[in-house]
Every structure is written in structure tokens, then in C-alpha cells.
Design a protein around this ligand. Structure first.
Ligand code: HEM
Length: 340
């Protein structure tokens, strides 16, 4: 479907629909927000400034090559959450919807207002889907963070500000191998992540699956969801590397001490992330080759039933409703103490 870029009024309707779906009592910590933020970040974080490839234009995660990248495990949940919005507003491109949903989610979870510009188109085939391996690996350290984020054009301060998104959500062993949440209230955007990084004595822990992460148990905090068991908080090796690196650490300290500064920097750097690889003319119109050729072309909604056309893998949107339901049930059972 090709049409002109959406109007502000149309976008307001989409934003309202995203707001309405954030509350998901049966999913994770009760909100779709964190995983929507991760969807937008991973759609944009493939950008390479040297080759000018990757980025959020095209919604490449609809295709097997990008969608089934192990780094994107779990993001089918975010895409499935957005399917009803796509069904209601079929004119919006997936690329715009995925990025717009994140800024709505951050705001609704108490975070800053983030500037967002529309006009991304959806790829019609996977020829421009970026290669796998461009997203960060949580098991690594500061050098790796620089390697990944400098490629996108970010500096050290921006790397720390972006990492502050780990105020939100959690790790899932069946997605990344890591386990747990960074802060006690993972559906509220704040600078708590930085405060906890500095305040706590993070100890290395080897999980039963062999994955190493850092943990801390706050003795006096009762889990909101268990029977009085304090829930262990976690940090990834990459998070902890922000403490030991002499260029990253001062920004951890500043963001821990000044929430407004963090919100201001996060809003700017997240807006920059979502614009990576999106080229615009003076009027703001996107002038990437595929946008000029095809206009604002929204891909049709994927079927919710698993019809498995040749280009679809198990991680693609058409297959996503089933696994989402299954995993929610498992998650709830785990929360209620069942051994799975
Ligand atoms: C600095 C390098 C980064 C690394 C190594 C990293 C790694 C990870 C890992 C391993 C998870 C857990 C995934 C899972 O098991 O479901 C995760 C979750 C998450 N990440 Fe990052 N990430 C990084 C940067 C970012 C950035 C830049 C953002 C956004 C600005 C972000 C936002 C999130 C969010 C919101 C979640 C929670 C998702 C959920 O609850 O399902 N991360 N990240």
C-alpha cells in the first residue's frame, strides 16, 4: 500500500492505540513497554555509518535474516503486540510503527518526551536487510561497546545514556541466556539503573546454563510477585563495564545524581538512534533510495495464523501469536513458583 506520509492527526490515533495496549497483565512485569523499546532499538541499532546500511528504515525484522537473528530473540512478542494496531491502521509502515511505539512507551512509563519523525518505508524484499552480528553482546566489555556503538556514530557519553534503557524490562533465559531485571520496578523509566550500578556490590554469578552475569540481592526488599522472597537484581557484563571504564564512569555518576540530565540526554540520543540511516530533504521527507522509488509503502499485515509461506521462519510475525501465548503462560507459572 503506497500513500503520502501520515498526518499528525493520523499519528495521534496510532499513538493512542499503542498507549492502550501497553497494559498487559499476563505478560512479564505487566507491560508491553520494555520489549517495545527493545524492538525499536534493535531495528535501528544495525546501522553502520561507513557503509550507510542498516537502521530502522525498511522494518527488516519481518524477514527471516534479521527477524530470526538470535540477538533479536523475543522481539516477536513486541511485534505481535503491535499487530492489532497495524490491523487498525494498515496505512502505517511497520518501520514507523515500531519506532513510534517505543517513544510512546518510554513516555507512558514515566520517561522523557522523545522527538520522532515519520516517513520510514517497508522493504518489499530482504535484499537490504543488514547482516547479522551488528548488535551488542552482553557478555562482553567496554571495548566491544565502543566497537558496536562507534560504528553507529555514537560517543562514550551517548553509550552510557543509551545503556540507561536498562531501567526497563528484564532478561529472559530463553531469549538471551541472561536472567532477571536490572531494577525493582522495571516498568517505570528512571535513573535507578545508574544508582544501583554505583551503589551495589555486584557479584559474578554463573547461571545453570553457564552464562555469567552480575547479581545483587537487596535484603530488605520483598519481591512484588513472590512469597516474600527478595528478588535478585542483575547486571550484564557490559553494564558493569561502564563502572570500570574511566571514560564511561563519570557519566554513570552524573546520571545517577541527576535524573533530569539523564532524561534530557536519553531523549536526544534515542531520537538520534531512531534517525540513523534515515536521510531527509529540507522538508523532512525521507529520501532513501527505496523511499524515493516506492514512496511511503506500508507492508500488509502479516497473518496471525501460521501459514508458513516460504520466506517465513518460526520467528516471523505470522507465527507470533501462538508462541507469545505459550510463553506468557510459562512466565506466569514460573512467577507462581512452578518448576518448568
Ligand atoms: C549497551 C549494549 C547493550 C547490550 C549488551 C544489551 C543487551 C540486552 C540483553 C541481553 C537483554 C535481555 C534480552 C532478553 O533476554 O529478553 C536486553 C534487554 C533490554 N534492552 Fe538492552 N542491551 C544494550 C543496549 C540497549 C539499548 C541501547 C537499549 C535502548 C535504548 C536497550 C534496551 C533494552 C530493553 C528495554 C530491554 C528489556 C526488554 C524486555 O524486557 O523484554 N538495550 N538488553
Amino acid at each position: 500500500m503506497t500513500q503520502e506520509q501520515p498526518t499528525m492527526a493520523q499519528l495521534d490515533e496510532v499513538k493512542a492505540a499503542v498507549r492502550a495496549l501497553l497494559h498487559q497483565p499476563a505478560y512479564d512485569d505487566g507491560s508491553a513497554g520494555p520489549v517495545l523499546v527493545r524492538l525499536a532499538w534493535h531495528s535501528a541499532g544495525t546501522y553502520c555509518a561507513t557503509t550507510k546500511t542498516g537502521g530502522s528504515n525498511g522494518a527488516g525484522m519481518r524477514y527471516e535474516n534479521e527477524g530470526a537473528d538470535p540477538a533479536n530473540a523475543g522481539l516477536q512478542h513486541a511485534r505481535a503486540f503491535l499487530e492489532p494496531v497495524k490491523a487498525k491502521f494498515p496505512w502505517i509502515t511497520y518501520a514507523d510503527l515500531w519506532t513510534l511505539a517505543a517513544i510512546v512507551a518510554v513516555k507512558e512509563m514515566g520517561g522523557p518526551e522523545i522527538a520522532w519523525r515519520g516517513g520510514r518505508t517497508d522493504f518489499t524484499d530482504d535484499s537490504k536487510v543488514p547482516p547479522r552480528g551488528r548488535l551488542p553482546d552482553g557478555a562482553q566489555g567496554a571495548d566491544h561497546l565502543r566497537f558496536i556503538f562507534y560504528r553507529m556514530g555514537f560517543d562514550d557519553r551517548e553509550i552510557v545514556a543509551l545503556s540507561g534503557a536498562h531501567n526497563l524490562g528484564r532478561c529472559h533465559t530463553d531469549r538471551s541466556g541472561f536472567d532477571g531485571k536490572w531494577v525493582n520496578n522495571p516498568t517505570r523509566f528512571s535513573n535507578q539503573y545508574f544508582k544501583l550500578l554505583l551503589a551495589n556490590d555486584w557479584k559474578k554469578k554463573v547461571l545453570p546454563n553457564g552464562v555469567e552475569q552480575f547479581v545483587y540481592v537487596e535484603e530488605d526488599i520483598e519481591a512484588e510477585d513472590g512469597e516474600g522472597q527478595p528478588e535478585e537484581l542483575m547486571m550484564l557484563p557490559t553494564d558493569v563495564s561502564l563502572l570500570s571504564d574511566p571514560s564511561f564512569r563519570p557519566w554513570v555518576e552524573r546520571y545517577a545524581a541527576d535524573k533530569d540530565l539523564f532524561f534530557d540526554h536519553f531523549a536526544k540520543v534515542f531520537a538520534k538512534l531512531l534517525e540513523l540511516g534515515i536521510y531527509r530533504d529540507a522538508t523532512g521527507r525521507v529520501v532513501n533510495e527505496e523511499n524515493v522509488e516506492d514512496g511511503y509503502r506500508s507492508a500488509p499485515k502479516k497473518s496471525d495464523t501460521a501459514t508458513a509461506p516460504a520466506d517465513q521462519g518460526t520467528n516471523q510475525v505470522g507465527h507470533e501469536a501462538g508462541p507469545l501465548k505459550e510463553e506468557n503462560t510459562k512466565f506466569q507459572a514460573r512467577k507462581n513458583g512452578a518448576k518448568l
